[in-house]
Design a protein around this ligand. Structure first.
Ligand SMILES: [Zn+2]
Length: 112
């Protein structure tokens, strides 16, 4: 099935680039709630990577290397750092499902 045949009749003939659009697909953009400013479009933020425990001072080089360069790149629930680039310019953490983009929890430093 070609991408054009997957388009509903309301989308046929549009000049945008809907090649990746599929029936039932979710939009890429989503709302992220800054602890200070409230809910905003995710385009206002910068992704800062997976939140990880920082190694203790004097830890082995392998531990620091894993902390600095190792990524789990999970498909599912993830805790990550976010920077509110377009407003308060504060860093915070968010628990988000990377598949559905559902944000379950935000906080300055989420501590379970
Ligand atoms: Zn903010």
């Amino acid at each position: 099935m070609s991408p054009a045949t997957r388009l509903p009749s309301s989308r046929k003939g549009l000049t945008g680039c809907p090649l990746n659009w599929q029936e039932g697909s979710r939009p890429v953009s989503f709302l992220l709630e800054c602890p200070l400013c409230g809910p905003r479009e995710v385009t206002e933020f910068r992704y800062g990577g997976e939140a990880q425990a920082r190694p203790a001072p004097g830890s082995a080089i392998a531990d620091w290397s894993a902390y600095l360069y190792g990524r789990d790149n999970v498909a599912g629930p993830e805790r990550a750092w976010w920077f509110h680039r377009d407003a308060c310019r504060r860093w915070f953490q968010a628990d988000r499902d990377t598949i559905t983009n559902d944000v379950n929890r935000v906080g300055w430093l989420i501590d379970d």
